[in-house]
Ligand binder design. Structure first.
Ligand code: HDE
Length: 735
């Protein structure tokens, strides 16, 4: 059998057809022998450069492929390769030789590409940005990033789900991690928060149990990325301290429309410390300038099928389009007197301090404006640690925080495999680092000099890495005394009052969603006693909620659980706890999905696109075929963004039906189109349509149910439509 010569057709990289799409031009084989240029051009012995091979060119295209005078591929040892397509064999069809060091070099590295995923928050997505201080905060903290108005500090943020594994889907009903690394000029400060201000447990010792209970069950390996199963509800039912968090978890906050539309919370009480060592308690909040927005549950389920990467794609798209999301960093600060007089213990992470009681103060704004170059190097290798604080920020005695401060350092060693993980570019401080920590796996530094201990007389009293008694980090001096005991403080005992306050502060629609979420999740539990225990706990929160959940599950209302302390039902409503309180006031950052066909009015399509984009929104089109449609009065095909099957309406915030005539009739025969329209309607979305789209309204079953959020483009201008779209959903719709 004739064998391909490595230098012939069979081993060639395909050539680009003339007139075809603009793909990078590959050189024609055989690759001519390249001059032995070092792969890392520009590198010196002191400064190896490893990143010059696949940088995008100015036009975004990948270049620097072999040939044309560009350095050739090399092994990891820098030896130029003559052939990266064929392994070394005995004869053309013979066995592969162990001698093939280039093969082994490549395969060895590939075999070890994976590292352990995070035990929680495995699935995440990161981006770079900048934090800009709003004012000089020196009256509260000596943290250098808050030293003056306008001071900029680079940040890296990683958003995540908690329970799902790395390859799970984005729209799980789950808490979202919101972790921020501030590269301050006095070291890294990590604010490792969530999008919910409370937590399930009060003591870190319970964390392994909580996580075991929520992750897939050990004897079967499912469910993935879901709390809707027996072991989770068993655990939380037996741990009434979880109840407040459960109310948040069952709210729409755990199915966010986008990372861009979520709040973030530091959760614990921390301390700000000023230059004199005086401290103030502080709670941190991130408030998105984009407003808050979530999807509905039925939509979340469908998004996970249509686009499991919905949230990461959303963040990437927004940033690469220049639509940079922003969050205000706000603080609630209070002193010991407030802490002593507050109804709950400020060290208890299952409690909030209502904004109405201690208002938010904006201390700066973060803007995310750069996606990562490499997801593994940055998003996967970033190591957040709650114990990363800088001078001016300190911990409180919250037992959850104290436990976290051990766990995060510990976990990085397991995940990243070396104590030198802080040398990775994404983790490295962007300020001088001076210490005598030495050696260890993957030591990247070349720590010169003779002295590697302290004190020493080689570096000189002023020159070496001496501790700075004045400016260095100093733990707040606080009196502590007591008997060593394993106890939970009495002041942590009220598990229900704030859950009731949260429930009462929600709008009727939000309450409905919470009730339905409890019903759904508990209906996935096979063991009736588990459902009963949770409903028994809910009776201490609100009788109406408990009755509604029991009814939805088709069960009798159980006796209420005996609470540790009687729940209070007199806490005032806190409107700020409702997502409606921070609803968006425009369509900016949202997406309109437009269904088009042959014969669609191109002028209207343009006008709509123009109106949406000038309001800061995005437009994507879908049609029967991705090749495009012939617009009315045109002869050429206009490409579209999606084939209809790949663009269900759940991927959009609002939809417009511009398909018309025969095109509309043809589309109406397609099941995906029926779902496109009927889902948009039942997910309370705005629907704009042209007269010719009647077959689509008919097939979607909405023609005789049109309401104020259904807009006839024959009478509504594109600008008016965009104004109406700011409302996002018509919750009054009877679906
Ligand atoms: Fe975490 N958590 N956590 N957590 N957590 C981790 O650290 C832990 C808690 C949070 O994007 C782990 O690097 C304990 C509260 C975020 O890389 C681990 C306790 C809050 C992220 C860990 C908690 C968080 C993590 C797993 C109970 C909100 C992802 C991998 C006391 C304030 C950060 C890792 C990223 C990740 C431990 C509870 C937020 C194992 C022991 C409360 C956002 O160290």
């Amino acid at each position: 059998m004739p064998q391909p010569d490595p230098a012939t057709e069979a081993s060639r990289t395909p050539a680009v057809e003339a007139g075809g799409p603009q793909l990078p031009t590959y050189p024609q084989d055989p690759v001519p022998p390249q001059p032995p240029t070092p792969s890392n051009a520009g590198a010196t012995a002191d400064n190896p450069v490893y990143t010059d091979r696949t940088e995008p060119g100015e036009g975004g295209e990948l270049h620097q492929l072999p040939g044309n005078g560009i350095p050739p591929l090399t092994t990891s040892q820098g030896q130029p390769l003559s052939d990266d397509q064929n392994s070394l064999k005995v004869g053309d069809r013979g066995p592969t030789l162990l001698e093939d060091h280039a093969f082994r070099d490549k395969m060895f590295h590939f075999d070890h590409e994976r590292i352990p995923e995070r035990v929680v928050h495995a699935r995440g997505y990161g981006a770079h940005g900048t934090f800009t201080a709003a004012e000089d905060l020196s009256d509260l903290t000596r943290a250098s990033l808050f030293a003056e108005a306008g001071k900029e500090t680079p940040v890296f943020v990683r958003f995540s789900t908690v329970a799902g594994n790395l390859g799970s889907f984005d729209l799980a009903r789950d808490v979202r991690g919101f972790a921020t690394k501030f590269y301050t000029d006095e070291g890294n400060w990590d604010l490792v928060g969530n999008n919910i201000p409370v937590f399930f447990i009060q003591d870190a010792l319970k964390f392994p149990d909580l996580v075991h209970a929520v992750k897939e069950e050990q004897d079967r390996g499912w469910p993935q990325a879901q709390s809707a199963h027996d072991t989770f509800w068993d655990f939380v039912g037996l741990m009434p301290e979880s109840t407040h968090m459960l109310l948040w978890q069952m709210s729409d906050r755990t199915i966010p429309r986008s990372f861009r539309f979520m709040q973030g919370f530091g959760v614990h009480t921390f301390r700000f410390v000023d230059a004199d060592g005086a401290s103030t308690f502080v709670k941190f909040h991130w408030v998105p300038r984009q407003g808050l927005q979530s999807v509905v549950w039925n939509e979340a389920v469908k998004i996970n099928g249509a686009d499991p990467d919905f949230h990461r794609r959303d963040l990437w798209t927004a940033i690469t389009n220049g639509d940079f999301p922003e969050w205000d960093l706000c603080v609630q600060t209070f002193d010991d007197d407030f802490a002593d007089s507050f109804e709950f213990d400020v060290l208890d992470s299952t409690k909030i301090i209502p904004e109405e009681q201690v208002p938010l103060r904006v201390i700066g704004t973060m803007r995310l404006d750069r996606v990562v170059d490499n997801v593994f190097s940055e998003t996967e290798q970033v190591a957040f640690m709650s114990q990363n604080v800088v001078p001016g920020i300190d911990f409180s005695n919250d037992p959850l925080l104290q436990g976290r401060n051990f766990s995060y350092l510990d976990t990085q060693l397991k995940r990243l495999g070396s104590t030198n993980f802080s040398q990775l570019p994404v983790n490295a401080p962007r300020c001088p680092v001076m210490h005598f920590q030495r050696d260890g796996h993957m030591q990247m530094g070349r720590q010169a000099g003779r002295a590697n201990y302290e004190p020493n007389s080689f570096t000189g009293a002023a020159a070496g890495p001496r501790a700075d008694r004045d400016a260095g980090f100093r733990t707040v001096e606080r009196p502590e005394s007591g008997t060593t005991r394993r106890v939970r403080a009495e002041s942590f005992a009220d598990h229900y009052s704030q859950a009731g306050q949260f429930w009462r502060s929600q709008t009727a629609v939000e309450q409905d969603h919470i009730r339905m979420a409890f019903v759904f999740e508990l209906s996935r539990c096979e063991i009736p006693a588990i459902r009963q225990r949770v409903v028994a706990n809910l009776r201490n929160v609100d009788e109406e909620l408990a009755a509604g959940v029991a009814d939805g599950l088709g069960m009798d209302l159980p006796e209420a659980t005996e609470p540790a302390v009687a729940p209070r039902h007199d806490l005032p409503d806190s409107p700020a706890l409702s997502m409606a309180f921070r609803a968006p006031d425009s369509f900016a950052g949202r997406k309109l999905g437009i269904l088009v066909s042959d014969g669609t009015d191109g002028a209207l399509l343009d006008a709509l696109t123009q109106a949406v984009t000038s309001a800061g929104g995005l437009v994507e089109t879908a049609a029967l075929k991705v090749g495009g449609v012939v617009l009315a009065g045109s002869k050429a095909r206009t490409p579209v963004d999606h084939k209809i099957d790949g663009a269900p309406s759940v991927l959009f915030d609002a939809v417009a039906l511009l398909a018309t005539g025969e095109g509309a009739t043809e589309l109406a025969g397609h099941p995906a189109v029926r779902d496109f329209v009927s889902d948009a309607f039942s997910h309370y979305k705005h629907i704009a349509y042209v007269e010719g789209a009647q077959p689509l309204l008919d097939v979607g079953g909405v023609a005789d149910r049109l309401d104020e959020a259904c807009h006839d483009l024959g009478s509504v201008t594109p600008d008016d439509l965009v104004t109406a779209l700011a409302g996002l959903r018509r919750w009054e719709r009877d679906v």
